[in-house]
Design a protein around this ligand. Structure first.
Ligand code: SAM
Length: 473
């Protein structure tokens, strides 16, 4: 077996991670984990089924029953129950290597101390502060994540009750186990299970295990992996994973080199910093994936447009409030609704945003009904030459809309940065700031700085010669 070329170390920016103890070349294995140390859902299933069988003197019908837990649920349950008997567990040193707290992850703050299916009612001071200081898209993601967490808790408890096993009773501990799986599990791909399919089937009728069985199976796509889960993320890392059928190890191979003494990284995925905070509780100082997310701004604009048309529609305007809904439905029908962005790379509205604004602004701009606007928009989408004059007007209206939105987001991000600074800085005038992890506040500031930066740069692109005072729709 090749000798490990990495060891555990502490770094100023990334905290605990893995350091290269020798020069590592591109193509070298970085870390490998023997199959028997991978914790997978199929192993958990066999372990739990054996417990159920033991409880009912071996006459359980459980082997014929479909396993009702997802992989995430299975692994979280395993970690929850195994960590309860920490010092007696064969996995004690692994469990001790997992961080005690995940309080830089928003869900950890928002989950509260007791199970609750509505994040809005889990209203501690710090969770309210956090919700008020996250960008809208992050709020939606964390709400969705909380729903999954609560569903997993409920589904696992329903299963345990039916199986006659002890229920989950410590919410905070379950949140810890769930987040540990979320931040640390690896994706096996197809290779591992496929390589093992034969030996799994030969074990089918073996005696029930009293600990995790050695082999993984083809249904496993994720695993907890001791040691391997100590590798931190860098957007510049490049890796390949494989299951070595000879050594029966899961291997991570690096496609870039690391010098002796350097931190060795893997890449968790092409994620922006909003995603990184929600899923992993950290940000990259220079994340190459940066976009302004404008779904919420477009939705707010359509609602405002309907109100405007309802309350003060000029008699010359053919468009009615319902026409806004027709145009939104058209965009949905063409699968062109949502994912509206401006990226740092070109500071231009994405094609989806441009197309949506072209339709939404057309009717009002040109005094059309939604039907006329949709027909003209469909011609534009097909690339047909415009039959109506004034195409430049609509492009100017789009620029103007983008300009106004960038002014709003620049102002909002400045306000958020000030608030966060107030709450976490020396003056500590705000109650909630005392309870928010300082690192989480730093991560939120990074995200708001990125939003401010794209907005300001976009404004400078649209109006290079002047500080923009106001632009409009
Ligand atoms: C799979 S673990 C990696 C090992 C982890 N640092 C530890 O000490 O256990 C993933 C967690 O590591 C941290 N992490 C990973 N990459 C990081 C980075 N580039 N900067 C800061 N923290 C990072 C985050 O807390 C993340 O949730």
């Amino acid at each position: 077996m090749p000798k490990a070329k990495t060891t555990l170390a502490y770094f100023p920016d990334t905290f605990r991670g893995m350091m290269a103890t020798k020069d590592i070349e591109a193509g070298d294995p970085l870390v490998s984990v023997p199959e028997n140390l991978l914790i997978t859902a199929s192993k958990v299933r066999k372990l739990v089924e054996s417990r159920i069988a033991a409880l009912s003197n071996g006459f359980s019908g459980s082997r014929d029953r479909r396993w009702p837990l997802t992989e995430h649920q299975s692994l979280a349950y395993w970690l929850y129950s195994e960590s309860a008997k920490e010092s007696e567990s064969r996995w004690c040193s692994y469990i001790r290597s997992i961080p005690r707290s995940f309080d830089t992850i928003p869900l950890c703050v928002l989950a509260g101390n007791a199970p609750c299916n509505d994040i809005g009612t889990a209203g501690s001071e710090s969770s309210r502060w956090l919700m008020a200081h996250m960008p809208h898209s992050m709020k939606l993601r964390v709400i969705e994540q909380h729903e999954r967490l609560y569903r997993d808790w409920t589904a696992t408890n329903a299963f345990l009750k039916e199986a006659g096993l002890d229920p989950l009773d410590r919410w905070s501990h379950y949140v810890w186990a769930w987040l540990a799986v979320n931040t640390r599990c690896i994706h096996l791909g197809q290779h591992a299970g496929a390589a093992k399919a034969e030996s799994v089937s030969t074990k089918k009728h073996a005696a029930p295990p009293d600990d995790l069985v050695e082999s993984i199976d083809r249904t496993d796509s994720m695993a907890l992996a001791p040691v391997l889960d100590l590798l931190n993320h860098s957007a510049a890392a490049d890796i390949a994973t494989r299951f070595d059928p000879i050594t029966r190890q899961f291997v991570i191979q690096t496609n870039c080199a690391f010098s002796k003494g350097q931190e060795a990284f893997i890449r968790y995925g092409p994620h922006d910093n909003r995603f990184m905070i929600i899923e992993y509780g950290f940000v990259l100082a220079r994340n190459p994936y940066q976009v302004l997310e404008l779904d919420h701004a477009v939705s707010l604009w359509t609602e405002a447009a309907k109100t405007r048309l309802r309350t003060a529609r000029p008699s010359s305007l053919m468009m009615r409030p319902d026409d806004v809904d027709v145009m939104v439905s058209t965009l949905k029908q063409y699968r062109m609704w949502g994912d509206f962005t401006i990226s740092l790379d070109d500071l231009e509205p994405s094609y989806r945003l441009h197309a949506a604004l072209r339709l939404l602004l057309l009717a009002e701009q040109k005094g059309m009904t939604s039907k006329q606007a949709v027909l003209q928009w469909e011609r534009w989408r097909r690339g047909e030459p415009s039959t109506s004059p004034g195409d430049a007007d609509i492009e100017a209206a789009i620029q103007s809309w983008v300009c106004a939105i960038c002014q709003n987001t620049a102002a909002l991000s400045r306000q958020m940065l000030e608030d966060i600074q107030d709450c976490t800085g020396q003056s500590r005038s705000h109650d909630a700031g005392d309870h928010i992890n300082g690192f989480l506040a730093h991560c939120l500031s990074t995200v708001w700085r990125e939003i401010n930066d794209i907005s300001e740069r976009c404004l400078a692109r649209i109006m290079p010669d002047q500080r923009v005072m106001s632009c409009g729709p």
